[in-house]
Design a protein around this ligand. Structure first.
Ligand code: URP
Ligand code: ZN
Ligand code: ZN
Length: 460
């Protein structure tokens, strides 16, 4: 199979030019002006952007969490991602405390393998670090291509590890060529505040927000960064939301520490006033919670300064009926919100169109940087000869409105209902196949491949 994309404007993290792209099989075979190659399919991209497929390195599909499962499974989640221009996702395997990493990996594979439309990879969340877990770290890196290890400094009693486990885990991960990532919030302080609010009868979603003030995140981010500095491990802070945490990251980056930061689309464009809508606020109950306008400004600045390298989603959807598990107690609302399909179009419309970030930066934070940081570059994250032909033909002028009635995520509400956007994914290619064209799906379930990732590179 060969495909020729004609007349498009190719935009990558560091280039912007007009050329044709010729694809043979799964990869890009040639890029040049007026390519005159015979092809099985010719796609006209005149007036359109031709960008690398998005990579969302923070999603939770079919994940057991807070007494239920996230409502998108690997089939619906990766297909919705493709509709929104994201061709690869990195999902989280969660170790069960008392069990092995391989027990968890096998359980996740039983749900994911053979079911994905889009390409997928895994981070391993270590929730119980001990002498047995230690032996599995190298195997994860070398045999499974899982080179990033997630830690939780919160969700006490379920996922949280303490500093006594964190430091030796960092040491072992560094030795094996991996990276430690973190949900950086102070679990003990949050636990205390949740208990306090509940004992005072303060049970609405607003108190989810008030139980996780900015200081819980900035303190943990600072502590994590210092522990990582001590061990020398490469590290990555997931879903960073606020000015206080960003300032710590900015400071430690200036001592030449390799710590990366990710924010998520919701923290850039939504704010905590949504928690004032009584129980409807449950739609945006996530951890960390939405913050203030001043934090949005900090995060946009952090992206432009290169302190924040990635914009992900933390996609973790729940049906409204599931959210209602916490109708009488905010601490029982399953944490998470749906965005896997909306990330690219929201960031383009709210970021590029509003002059907050450049087009190159848009590609950098949605595709190139996740590929570089997580060991997939240059196979993914760029438009180059030899790279996977994961490409989005993007119409920058097409206007549309987000709605649960038309989205493809398996969730019965939208966190962005009624948002009017300009800029839409028209055609999405995954490894040389047209996956979605004008909303029509042209691949089958199971086409998505598991991607083994490389070790952390000293130059990424
Ligand atoms: O609220 C969230 N973020 N849910 C998913 C789990 C996590 O903490 O990332
Ligand atoms: Zn988290
Ligand atoms: Zn998450």
């Amino acid at each position: 199979m060969s495909i020729l994309i004609k007349n498009g404007r190719i935009v990558t993290a560091d280039a912007d030019y007009e050329a044709d792209v010729y694809i043979e099989g799964e990869t890009i075979a040639a890029i040049g002006k007026a390519l005159d190659y015979p092809a099985d399919t010719v796609l006209d991209a005149r007036g359109k952007l031709v960008i690398p497929g998005g990579i969302d390195p923070h999603v939770h599909l079919d994940m057991p969490f807070m007494g239920t499962f996230s409502s998108d499974n690997y089939e619906t989640g990766t297909l919705a991602a493709l509709h929104g221009g994201t061709t690869t996702v990195i999902d989280f395997v969660l170790q069960t405390q008392g069990k092995s990493l391989y027990d968890a990996l096998n359980a996740w594979r039983s749900r994911s393998d053979g079911n994905c439309y889009g390409d997928y990879s895994f981070h391993m969340a270590v929730t119980d670090y001990n002498s047995e877990t230690k032996k599995e770290i190298r195997k994860m890196v070398e045999d499974e291509g899982i080179t990033s290890f997630k830690t939780f400094m919160a969700y006490k009693g379920a996922l949280m590890i303490d500093d006594k486990q964190m430091v030796p885990l960092m040491e072992e991960v560094k030795k094996c060529g991996g990276m430690v990532t973190v949900h950086a919030t102070n679990g003990d302080m949050i636990d205390y505040l949740i208990g306090k609010h509940k004992s005072e009868g303060k049970l609405s979603p607003l108190y989810h927000y008030l139980s996780q003030p900015e200081i819980t995140e900035s303190e943990a981010t600072n502590r994590f960064a210092d522990l990582a500095y001590y061990t020398g491990v490469t590290s990555y802070v997931v879903h960073m939301t606020c000015e206080g945490a960003l300032n710590h990251v900015r400071r430690v980056q200036s001592r030449n520490q390799k710590v990366y930061a990710e924010t998520c689309i919701q923290y850039l464009i939504l704010d905590a006033s949504l928690y004032e809508k009584d129980f409807e606020g449950a739609k945006w109950v996530m951890s960390p919670p939405l913050r203030q306008k001043k934090d949005q400004e900090s995060l946009w600045a952090g992206i432009n300064q290169g302190c924040v390298q990635v914009v992900a989603t933390d996609h973790c959807p729940f049906m409204w009926e599931q959210k209602k598990m916490g109708e009488k107690d905010f601490s029982k609302i399953p944490n998470g919100h749906p965005a896997i399909e909306n990330r690219m179009e929201l960031l383009f419309s709210e970021g590029v169109n509003k002059g907050r970030i450049s087009l190159n930066k848009f590609v950098e934070v949605t595709s190139a940087n996740p590929a570089r940081i997580f060991g997939m570059f240059p196979r993914k994250g760029c438009i180059s000869v030899g790279s996977d032909a994961d490409i989005v033909i993007f119409d920058p002028d097409r206007e549309h409105t987000i709605s649960a009635a038309t989205h493809h995520m398996r969730v019965d509400y939208s966190a962005y209902e009624g948002w009017k956007l300009k800029g839409k994914c028209q055609t999405v290619l995954l490894r040389g196949k047209v996956a979605v064209d004008d909303g029509n799906v042209q691949i089958h379930k199971g086409y998505g491949q598991y991607i083994k990732r490389n070790k952390v590179s000293p130059i990424n």
